[in-house]
Design a protein around this ligand. Structure first.
Ligand code: THU
Length: 130
């Protein structure tokens, strides 16, 4: 799958965002090591702190489907924003070697690496992630 295709999947996922409080829709598309596509969108809640970001929805869905290794992630917002800190750490759990495409609804994107977004990160201790 190309970067453009992954960004297109995130654009489509963003259409399903439940963002009635912020009106800030986010779509995420994760490409697993084995080539499967898993998507997510942000899901907000009247109790604001319960809101889940698109990236964590995608990663959690992927894990629930049996995937723990990922090649790339596309995130689409109206302004090609970067990922929040919580999502950087959440994704880091499954490896720092992740390419991230930050895009907007036109399909334009820039490429970064998770290791750049989260330098000198905490990776856990003596944890068997098998
Ligand atoms: N949001 C994400 O889905 N991902 C991020 O990386 C940053 C923020 C969502 C949370 C909330 O629903 C909306 O964007 C505004 O913060």
């Amino acid at each position: 799958m190309t970067a453009e295709e992954l960004v297109a999947a995130a654009i489509a996922a963003r259409e399903r965002a439940y963002c009635v409080y912020s009106d800030y829709a986010v779509g995420a598309a994760l490409l697993t090591e084995s080539g499967e596509l898993v998507t997510g969108c942000n899901v907000e809640n009247a109790s604001y702190g319960l809101t889940i970001c698109a990236e964590r929805v995608a990663a959690s869905t992927a894990v629930a489907q049996g995937h723990r290794r990922f090649q790339a992630l596309a995130v689409v917002t109206r302004d090609a924003a970067s990922m929040c800190g919580a999502c950087r750490q959440f994704l880091r759990e499954f490896g720092l070697d992740l390419t991230v495409y930050l895009g907007d609804p036109s399909g334009a994107f820039r490429r970064v690496e998770l290791a750049e977004l989260l330098p000198d990160s905490f990776g856990g201790h003596s944890v068997d992630r098998g």
